[in-house]
Ligand binder design. Structure first.
Ligand code: SF4
Ligand code: SF4
Ligand code: FES
Length: 255
């Protein structure tokens, strides 16, 4: 085998089709470099002139999440999808690439992931500051907590977890696991947690943690190994405790 075939599921909403492109195999090539080859020379496997395939990418080092797509059916980043290991693993010279299905299709491999960023706004995934004047050092955070916070903070809002989650679908308002990870992160942060009760209120809605079916697909596909199931369990406990506090009219909980 000296060549490989990139089979691209492309097109516009309601009009998608497969198109194949053939390349020489070369060391170090990845899915993005193959897409760039098509951009330079948009000729398909049948030798027909076609339009370049549209895709998104930015960092090219699995940090921004923008190149996320289905590669051989699995959600992952195209920039770190090296051709040779994929062919070795599958034993096939055909690699399929397709856009995510849980987000609105824009064109070819580009989807609109705005909903993920809107969900981050809903859970106030930031550290609130009330001024910018010098206030000295913030509260100390133990190394153990820092470690957990760091792993949660590596989320790049790529959408792989939502793509794999059976509970994220057209019939469900569930916001998916990534924002739940951020609720967990900011519940640990000593300054950010002043907003914890407000975040938990969002988690108590149909969009929140109660809609998770615990299938654990999310954690299996997360490229950053974000501890999503731990976060879901912890935020789930917090929503239950908050509900008990609300039931008995107790004051707001501080995690
Ligand atoms: S939790 Fe993982 S899979 Fe989900 S958006 Fe963040 S980095 Fe991507
Ligand atoms: S545990 Fe399952 S249902 Fe819950 S967010 Fe992860 S994939 Fe979705
Ligand atoms: S281009 Fe940023 S993750 Fe692939």
């Amino acid at each position: 085998m000296t060549t490989f075939i990139l089979k691209v599921f492309r097109g516009m909403p309601g009009k998608q089709y497969w198109e194949e492109f053939q390349f020489k195999r070369r060391f170090g090539a990845n899915v993005i470099s193959a897409l760039m080859e098509i951009q330079k020379n948009p000729i398909n496997r049948l030798g027909e002139a076609t339009t370049p395939v549209a895709w998104e990418s930015n960092c090219l080092e699995e940090v921004c999440g923008s190149c996320s797509m289905l590669i051989n059916g699995r959600p992952r980043q195209a920039c770190t999808a090296l051709i040779e290991p994929i062919i070795e693993k599958t034993g096939s010279e055909i690699i399929t690439v397709a856009p995510f299905t849980k987000f609105p299709l824009v064109r070819d491999l580009v989807v609109d992931r705005t909903v993920m960023f809107e969900n981050l706004k809903k859970v106030q995934a930031w550290v609130e500051v009330d001024s910018y004047h010098e206030e000295g050092y913030g509260p100390l955070i133990s190394p153990e907590k820092q470690e957990v916070m760091y792993s949660l903070a590596t989320c790049m809002t790529c959408g792989c977890c939502s793509e794999a989650c059976p509970q994220v679908n057209d019939h469900s308002p569930f916001m998916g696991p990534a924002p739940i990870g951020q609720v967990r992160l900011f519940s640990i942060h000593p300054t950010a947690r002043v907003k914890h009760a407000e975040r938990i209120q969002v988690m108590q809605t149909d969009a929140g943690v109660g809609s998770c079916g615990n299938a654990q697909n999310c954690v299996k596909v997360c490229p950053k190994n974000v501890p999503l199931t731990d976060a879901i369990a912890s935020v789930g406990r917090d929503t239950t405790l908050q509900a008990i506090h609300d039931l008995f009219g107790l004051p707001e909980r501080n995690p």
